[in-house]
Design a protein. Structure first.
Length: 214
């Protein structure tokens, strides 16, 4: 049986935590703690954040990454796995309309922006333009949802809307492609008869139907 003073201490602790978070709006990101550990990087490595911050046409993306707690640290880490990232250009964000800009400023909108960033990230595979063809295929992203891909007139087009305007940009352990439109997770491509792009399995996903949890 738990002693009374321990129960009281636990209740008091929970009250203090709740009071500390009372000013934080629902769905808003908790501020990053001080002295957060950052894995070291070698001097010759180029992280995803290095590339985003050094590219003028990705300044809006850089701002979004800095606003979503934890993403700047993740982008500034050299992963031990390979990856592909479709980076939305300033043009991509400028084509979203007034509703997007208004919604993105809300706590729920910032949470959605974090999910949006994950939808542009493909872990465990470096997919260059040569990985795709004129056949329309689908590939799985970090959200476990699918986007469509097809080479049209020599350019890679995603979801039949977003064109890769600069392709096959190398960073450490990854490839970056700059796209002229954002990839909205709500526009998931998942027709069973559409061929899948060849990519490495993403743990936690159900892209392998033989797994017991799928």
């Amino acid at each position: 049986m738990i002693p009374t003073f321990k129960v009281f201490a636990l209740i008091l602790f929970n009250c203090l935590v709740s009071a500390e978070d009372s000013d934080r709006l629902p769905l808003s990101y908790r501020p990053s703690p001080d002295n957060l550990y950052v894995p070291p990087t070698s001097g010759d490595s180029i992280t995803l954040l290095d590339y985003v911050n050094s590219t003028d046409d990705l300044s809006i993306l850089a701002g979004i990454v800095s606003e979503c707690a934890g993403f700047a640290q993740a982008f500034d880490t050299v992963p031990t796995w390979s990856f592909t990232f479709f980076a939305p250009s300033n043009t991509a964000f400028n084509q979203t309309g007034e509703y997007f800009n208004t919604f993105a400023e809300t706590p729920k909108g910032k949470w959605w922006l974090g999910n949006l960033l994950q939808h542009h990230y493909i872990p465990n595979s470096q997919l260059g333009v040569s990985s795709f063809s004129t056949n329309f295929t689908r590939l799985q992203t970090g959200t476990f949802l699918y986007i469509g891909a097809q080479v049209v007139d020599g350019s890679l087009v995603l979801n039949r809307a977003a064109t890769v305007v600069k392709a096959d940009i190398p960073v450490t352990n990854g490839l970056v492609h700059i796209v002229d439109r954002i990839l909205d997770p709500s526009m998931m491509i998942f027709e069973a008869d559409i061929e899948k792009t060849k990519q490495t399995f993403i743990p936690g996903s159900c892209s392998n139907p033989d797994l017991s949890y799928c």
